[in-house]
Design a protein around this ligand. Structure first.
Ligand code: SF4
Length: 439
C-alpha cells in the first residue's frame, strides 16, 4: 500500500501552481495556526559587484512569495525565512543583506509581517544527528514547529543531486559544514548529508524546478527552464521523485541510498503515490559530473586545448565549499596564463585525501587540510603551500606566482565581476527571466 505522497505540478502561473502542489498532498494539514513556521530557501551564492545567473541555482522569489502568501492566507502569522549565504569574508554581513533585499524578502517582511534572518547572525545549537555526528544547527529552525524546505531542482558535482536533504546543510554553521566533507571513508559527505533531516521538525518540501540545473550547484552549470514543482511532507520521497525528474536513478545517489537504508526503505518509487503530473512526461536528462581526462588529472576541455605540464586532479568529496570557491579561480588562471609552453611539471592537490605524485617538480598544496596532511611528504620536491582555511586571495595569488602561473594584473582586479561571463550563455533567451527573483 502506498504510504508517502508526492505531488508533481507543472508551473503555469503565480500562486495557483504552488497552491496546487501543496493542496494535492494536503501539505498544511494538521498544522495549528499558532505554529512557528521556518522557511529555508536555497540561496547558495550571492555577488554584490555584478549581475550573475541565478536560474537553477537559487530558489525563485516567485515560489518563496507564493508560499508566504499561502501561509498568511491560511491563518499562519509566525513565519520566518532563514538562510546562511557563504561569503569569502566571514564577517561580511552586507552580502546577505543585499541578497535578501534584491530577492524581495524584506518586501515580504513589510507586507506579511514575517521575520528574515541571516542564520550567521543568529544562534546555533549543538545537536547529535547520530551517535558519531554532532553539528551546530540554526536554533530558530530547531525551535520551530514546522519547516518549509525550498530547494531547487538541481544536480550537484559532489552529491549528484542537491534537493530537500542537501538544502538543510545551509542551516549548520561553518565549522560543521567543513566537517561534513570528511576524509573518513565510512562517515563521508554522503553519509553526513543523509543525516541532515534527523532532528528537524515536521517538514513540507517544495522543490522549485521552474529552473533546473545541470552540473550544479553553482552558476557554471547549465540552467533549463523546466516549469516543475514537487511537494511532499516526506523529505526522502520528495528527493527520490526529484532525482527521477532530473533523469538520475536515485540508486546512483549515495546520500539517497544511505537515507533510504537508514529508514528501512528502498530508493525505487514503490512506496510513493504520485499525485498530479507523471514523471515520464516531465523528466529531462541532466548531466551532473564534470569530465576529466583519463586518470582524472586535468579537466577534459583543458587537455583538449593542449595544456601540458600540470596535473590538476579532479576534486573529491573531501574538498569543502570554501576551497571549491577557489577551484574555479585557479583553473581559470591556469587557462589564462597558458601561452603554449608546457608548465614546469606542476601538481595541484586539494581536499583532505589527495597525495603527492612522485617525480613532479612543484607541488601546490591548496588549503590548510592539504598542508597539514602532506607538508612533509617525501614525494614533494618543491612545496608551494597555499595555506589558510580557506586560503585568502592574496595567498592564492602568491602561490600561483611561485609556481610560474602568471596571469595579467587585470585578472585579479576584475575577479569580483567574473560571474558576469556566465551571463553570456543566457543572452537572447527570453525564458530566462530575472523577474522570477524579484517581488
Ligand atoms: S582547508 Fe579548504 S577543504 Fe580544508 S576545511 Fe578549510 S576550506 Fe575546507
Amino acid at each position: 500500500m502506498s504510504k508517502y505522497h508526492v505531488s508533481i505540478v507543472e508551473y503555469k502561473e503565480p500562486y495557483e501552481s504552488v497552491k496546487k502542489a501543496i493542496d494535492l498532498i494536503d501539505g498544511l494539514k494538521d498544522i495549528p495556526n499558532d505554529s512557528k513556521i521556518f522557511i529555508k530557501p536555497n540561496v547558495v551564492y550571492w555577488n554584490r559587484h555584478c549581475d550573475f545567473p541565478k536560474w537553477g541555482m537559487i530558489t525563485t522569489s516567485r515560489v518563496v512569495e507564493d508560499v508566504v502568501r499561502i501561509l498568511y492566507e491560511s491563518g499562519f502569522s509566525d513565519i520566518t525565512i532563514g538562510e546562511g549565504i557563504i561569503t569569502e569574508d566571514k564577517d561580511d554581513k552586507e552580502t546577505a543583506k543585499q541578497a535578501f533585499e534584491y530577492l524581495g524578502y524584506y518586501d515580504l517582511q513589510e507586507k506579511y509581517g514575517i521575520k528574515v534572518y541571516n542564520t550567521f547572525e543568529r544562534p546555533f545549537d549543538r545537536i547529535n544527528l547520530t551517535d558519531n555526528l554532532s553539528v551546530k544547527m540554526n536554533t530558530d529552525m530547531l525551535n520551530s514547529d514546522f519547516l518549509i524546505d525550498l530547494p531547487v531542482l538541481k544536480t550537484h558535482a559532489q552529491c549528484v543531486v542537491s534537493l530537500g536533504l542537501k538544502n538543510i546543510k545551509g542551516l549548520i554553521n561553518i565549522p560543521s559544514r567543513k566537517k561534513f566533507h570528511s576524509a573518513d571513508p565510512e562517515q563521508n559527505l554522503h553519509y553526513n548529508v543523509a543525516q541532515l533531516a534527523n532532528k528537524i521538525p515536521p517538514t513540507l518540501v517544495i522543490i522549485d524546478g521552474i529552473y533546473t540545473l545541470e552540473r550544479g550547484p553553482a552558476m557554471d552549470g547549465k540552467a533549463h527552464r523546466s516549469n516543475i514543482l514537487v511537494a511532499s511532507r516526506d523529505i526522502l520521497s520528495a528527493d527520490l521523485v526529484g532525482a527521477n525528474l532530473l533523469d538520475i536513478d536515485p540508486s546512483a545517489v549515495p546520500h539517497l541510498v544511505q537515507a533510504a537504508k537508514d529508514r528501512n526503505r528502498t530508493t525505487d518509487l514503490s512506496e510513493i503515490e504520485i499525485k498530479g503530473e507523471k514523471i515520464e512526461v516531465l523528466a529531462k536528462p541532466h548531466e551532473w559530473d564534470y569530465v576529466y581526462k583519463e586518470n582524472d588529472t586535468l579537466p577534459l576541455p583543458y587537455a583538449k586545448a593542449g595544456i601540458e605540464g600540470i596535473k590538476y586532479h579532479k576534486y573529491d568529496e573531501s574538498m569543502c565549499t570554501f576551497c571549491s570557491m577557489l577551484n574555479g579561480i585557479i583553473l581559470t588562471a591556469i587557462k589564462t596564463a597558458y601561452k603554449g609552453e608546457a608548465y614546469d611539471n606542476i601538481e595541484v592537490l586539494t581536499g583532505k585525501e589527495m597525495e603527492p605524485t612522485e617525480g613532479m617538480n612543484k607541488t601546490i598544496l591548496l588549503g590548510q587540510c592539504q598542508y597539514t596532511k602532506n607538508k612533509d611528504h617525501p614525494n614533494i620536491n618543491e612545496l608551494i603551500a597555499i595555506k589558510g582555511c580557506p586560503p585568502s586571495l592574496d595567498e592564492l595569488k602568491e602561490g600561483l606566482k611561485m609556481a610560474g602561473i602568471r596571469v595579467p594584473s587585470y585578472f585579479y582586479k576584475n575577479i569580483d565581476k567574473a560571474p558576469l561571463l556566465f551571463m553570456q550563455k543566457y543572452k537572447g533567451k527570453p525564458e530566462f527571466e530575472e523577474a522570477f527573483f524579484q517581488i
